[in-house]
Design a binder for this molecule. Structure first.
Ligand SMILES: [Zn+2]
Length: 92
């Protein structure tokens, strides 16, 4: 697995920044799950959305997103396994 750094939005949602190569490796098509554009290397994989977004969609979501305590709880229980399943070795 590839080592990856776990990042957090200001609401506390985790994400990983990844490359087009990472995306092809997990079987993705490098298409933004929100706006459907072809992505190059700024790909944001986000547990709580279950989606991979381009930088523009990520920036919009991370700006307007709200923090829900239930989401954070679910995230803290499940996100490591989620990122592992996409081929990333993340540390808590
Ligand atoms: Zn997008």
């Amino acid at each position: 697995m590839k080592k990856a750094e776990l990042n957090y939005t200001k609401q506390g949602y985790s994400y990983i920044k990844c490359t087009a190569e990472d995306c092809y490796n997990w079987g993705g098509a490098c298409i933004c799950d929100d706006c459907n554009i072809k992505m190059n290397d700024d790909i944001y994989l986000i547990f709580i959305l279950g989606r991979a977004l381009c930088k523009k969609c990520f920036d919009e979501w991370s700006r307007r997103g709200k923090k829900y305590a239930e989401d954070i709880k679910l995230q803290n229980e499940k996100h490591i396994g989620f990122y592992n399943a996409y081929g990333f070795d993340v540390e808590k």
